[in-house]
Design a protein around this ligand. Structure first.
Ligand code: ADP
Ligand code: MG
Length: 293
């Protein structure tokens, strides 16, 4: 690659909101044949809304929401923000908590009035011997099939209900995927959420691969396995969770709206929260390298 044309392309990119940190990145991006997208906050806006509050024991809806929000007040997850916003909008006062813990990809815990509260995935609660009645399992599945992510709430080992959250695809998600596919690229969606939710949210996409319930620490292993198949991989993410996968990928791309960690770990930073910049960046790289070769 001649330094001059790469420098020009890098400048053009910057003007258009595609910030390429190093010249070599463009060269690598031109040979990328597989784009891996994180779901929450990348393909979707990441602005979740509480859609369902369903108690299954002795709590009212407000009590269930208040308990969950009280525990979530110390979490920075998008789920936590949505649950706290819903509680505050409903005029609920959050309760003081002690011994808060957070387990990435699973959930959060704390004590309220000496009671142990868990908020997280059903599998995580199951692994702690919390029993789910069949009717609630069905409710969860029905919600998930409509693209509603569910978190479960337990008090002292007893299930108290679920909270369902919705998120919407970014307006340019489908067209970006289609542009990349038209250019011959493979597409994978990678999520910590359940497969039912991933399927529902991405139902308008065809010919894509989906990996669900991937724990944060396993996201980079998925990227590695695609590289082991011979693919040159670009990973597009936004969260703290995505940083190792962004580093593992041949090209890591972060949305500028994303957390500082992912922006630091990325080779390309896309501004204006526009997913369409991914396709623009790829086109810029391909065109530049075609001129050079
Ligand atoms: P994603 O890749 O979808 O952003 P994560 O890997 O962060 O998701 O989390 C996976 C799942 O773990 C979430 O869908 C949720 O069920 C659960 N989870 C993670 N953090 C929290 C939290 N703070 N409160 C409740 N549930 C959580
Ligand atoms: Mg994310």
């Amino acid at each position: 690659a001649t330094p001059m044309s790469v420098a020009v392309a890098t400048g053009v990119g910057a003007q258009r909101g595609v910030l390429v940190k190093q010249g070599e990145t463009l060269e690598r991006l031109s040979s990328v044949n597989h784009f891996v997208f994180d779901k929450t906050g990348t393909l979707t806006t990441g602005q979740l809304n509480v859609h369902v509050v369903e108690p299954c024991a002795d709590l009212t809806q407000s009590e269930l929401l208040r308990l969950a929000a009280s525990v979530e007040q110390h979490s920075e997850h998008t789920i936590a923000t949505a649950i706290c916003d819903a509680a505050i909008s409903a005029g609920l006062k959050l309760l003081p908590i002690t011994k808060f813990t957070t387990t990435p990809g699973r959930g959060v815990t704390a004590y309220i009035d000496g009671k142990h509260i868990l908020v997280g995935t059903r599998q995580w609660l199951n692994s702690q011997s919390i029993y789910f009645p069949e009717t609630l399992n069905n409710t969860i599945l029905q919600n998930e099939k409509q693209g509603i992510s569910c978190v479960s709430v337990a008090v002292d080992g007893e299930l108290q209900g679920i909270i369902g959250l919705t998120d919407s695809l970014r307006a340019d998600a489908l067209s970006t995927i289609q542009l990349l596919q038209a250019a011959g690229a493979k597409i994978t969606v990678l999520s910590g959420d359940r497969l039912e939710v991933v399927n529902a949210v991405t139902q308008s996409f065809s010919n894509i691969q989906r990996f669900a319930e991937v724990l944060p620490q396993d996201k980079s292993a998925v990227v590695k396995s695609l590289q082991a198949q011979g693919d040159i991989v670009a990973m597009i993410g936004d969260g703290v969770n995505d940083a190792p996968a962004l580093i593992q990928a041949d090209v890591g791309m972060a949305l500028a709206s994303g957390t500082d960690v992912s922006v630091e770990s990325a080779d390309v930073v896309l501004s204006h929260q526009e997913l369409a910049k991914v396709a623009e960046a790829k086109l810029l790289a391909t065109t530049t390298l075609r001129i050079i070769r």
